[in-house]
Design a protein around this ligand. Structure first.
Ligand code: G3P
Length: 220
């Protein structure tokens, strides 16, 4: 499973990059707006920090505008994946951009039927939103399982990018379901590291060694 960071914050990206486990980045207009830097400039900066797929979302509802913006975004860097919404216009833009060799992430996917449309339009990624389905009382993880199964049935190349993951259980369940990618807020990746028995075990190892040799790590 690839791990993407779901953020446009440069400090979070730099910090995540140091772990050596981040395969890419997803952004959306809300995340870009939070950083206060215009879309193209912020995407350029992100591409300098993370060497992996960087999803950059069009800010448009009409296919023609999506196409124009998508082509411009794709020219920023070879790693840019153009993100479009799962609407009629978005699917049309996805078909055209994909035929031009531009990789597309179809976002705001909330049903298996929508995911079928994205695959048929040649999407590189489809982004089903787990947390937002949970928010309305549905089961977001069921959607990941359905899409993975349907894509397998037909050998679609579109990768399932589990989005709107809010906690570590979401990440593990998405991995069990076979999602190709999980995009995680920084705090969720950070939480994956933690286990009380790891802390307790490490503390014990350090104490036992120091007691036996009455030394500090500086003297090892
Ligand atoms: O990956 C999509 C993500 O940014 C949406 O997450 O938590 O706003 O539903 P959330």
């Amino acid at each position: 499973m690839k791990f993407f960071l779901d953020t446009a914050n440069l400090e979070e990206l730099k910090s995540g990059a140091r772990w050596g486990i981040i395969d890419g980045v997803t952004t959306n207009p809300s995340l870009i707006a939070k950083e206060g830097v215009a879309l193209e400039e912020q995407i350029r900066r992100i591409c300098e920090i993370i060497d992996g797929d960087i999803s950059a979302e069009v800010v448009a509802v009409k296919a023609d505008e999506m196409l124009e913006q998508g082509r411009r975004l794709a020219r920023i860097h070879k790693n840019v994946v153009v993100k479009v919404p799962l609407t009629r216009d978005g699917i049309r833009a996805c078909s055209i951009l994909s035929q031009e060799g531009i990789r597309v992430n179809v976002t705001l996917c909330f049903s298996a039927g929508q995911a079928l449309l994205a695959a048929k339009a040649g999407a590189y990624f489809v982004s089903p939103f787990v947390g937002r389905l949970d928010d309305i009382g549905a089961n977001g993880m069921d959607l990941i399982r359905e899409i993975v199964q349907i894509y397998r049935n037909y050998g679609f190349n579109t990768q399932v990018l589990a989005a709107s993951l809010r906690n570590t259980t979401h990440v593990i369940e998405a991995a069990k379901a076979g999602a190709h990618v999980g995009t995680l807020p920084y705090k969720v990746v950070d939480a994956l590291f933690d286990h009380p028995l790891t802390d307790k075990g490490l503390d014990q190892f350090m104490k036992d060694y120091a007691r036996a040799f009455q030394t500090t790590s500086a003297a090892i």
